[in-house]
Design a protein around this ligand. Structure first.
Ligand code: C2E
Ligand code: MG
Ligand code: MG
Ligand code: MG
Length: 287
């Protein structure tokens, strides 16, 4: 049975698409205040490198620690923030925190590559690369430490501008990944022109692949496609040992999912990583 993850958050009708103007304004204000008052928190989900058996990366996933409603999952406020434009401030906060955290890990000898999600709207912001450069300098971080995850829809919305931003980020030294691959409508020709390093197979194809021959075929095809294009491939949503084995046998490069580890706050992630390294005799080494 599929696990339905209920956020700990209390339902708030203002998140509804039909919410009135007043509700939308008050929520936008609350999100802006949340940025100022540091109410967001980054969780990190480890990613497993199948070739070495080591955890070599982690994806930063934002949550809103709301003073009344508790921990609000990103699906309940990111789409809204994208519509209203305050995603810009949230992205700025996420990037700053992730750069700072990764620099701290590197300083302590932990060479994790950190993946960060960008929204479609971020790619339409011509000042984004400059702001990233400032944050790198502020935190003493190197762009090679990061993979920026973008979605196919971000490219389809405005291919020329998205291409321009993505190219500039690539030239700065950031790695780029296509998130939720297979759910959007980008053409392969468009993808080929983008300097991306990896495809991330959407979890909707991975969750049930052991019992769904169509999903299995899709996953196998994406792995082959990625490799034929010279790209790495990651599967997200790996929940069972069976799926883990299948992906290993298909030659997938990296895995992410509850079977390996749930997204964790830093205070829980660090001991988990230490236990994992002790168990498997491997750890992410400085490169
Ligand atoms: P995503 O980037 O595709 O992230 C993967 C989502 O799948 C995460 O949900 C993660 O917790 C969940 N997941 C991981 N392993 C499993 C598994 O084995 N089974 C299942 N069922 N789910 C799994 P989360 O953290 O709720 O994030 C949802 C989405 O919100 C993300 O999807 C991403 O699109 C967006 N998001 C999260 N953080 C940020 C952020 O900082 N900025 C932006 N722009 N978007 C973000
Ligand atoms: Mg992602
Ligand atoms: Mg995503
Ligand atoms: Mg995804």
């Amino acid at each position: 049975a599929k696990r339905k993850r209920m956020g700990c958050a209390v339902y708030d009708p203002r998140f509804d698409a039909e919410a009135g103007n007043h509700d939308r304004l008050s929520l936008t204000g609350e999100l802006r205040q949340a940025v100022e008052e540091d109410q967001f928190v980054l969780y990190y989900q480890p990613r497993l490198d199948l070739a070495s058996g080591a955890i070599t990366g982690a994806e930063a996933l934002v949550r809103w620690q709301h003073p009344v409603r508790g921990l609000v999952p990103p699906d309940q406020f990111i789409p809204f923030a994208e519509q209203t434009g305050c995603i810009r401030e949230i992205t700025q906060w996420v990037i700053g925190r992730a750069f700072e955290q990764c620099a701290r890990w590197r300083a302590s000898g932990l060479a994790l590559q950190v993946s960060i999600n960008l929204s479609a709207r971020d790619l339409l912001d011509p000042e984004l690369p400059q702001r990233f450069a400032e944050l790198l300098a502020r935190h003493g971080a190197s762009p090679q430490w990061f993979l920026l995850e973008i979605t196919e829809s971000a490219i389809v919305d405005d291919p020329a501008r998205a291409h321009d931003t993505v190219t500039r980020l690539h030239e700065m030294g950031f790695g780029l990944s296509i998130d939720d691959f297979g759910t959007g409508y980008s053409s392969l020709a468009q993808l080929k022109r983008l300097p991306v390093a990896e495809l991330k197979i959407d979890k909707s194809f991975v969750l049930d692949m052991a019992h769904d021959p169509d999903d299995m075929t899709i996953v196998r095809s994406v792995i082959d496609l990625a490799h034929n294009m010279g790209l790495s491939v990651v599967a997200e949503g790996v929940e069972t040992d069976e799926v883990h084995q299948l992906l290993h046998d298909m030659g997938c490069d990296y895995l992410q999912g509850y079977h390996i580890c749930r997204p964790l706050p830093v205070a829980q992630l660090e001991p988990w990583l230490a236990r994992d390294a002790a168990q498997h005799g491997t750890t992410a080494k400085e490169t």
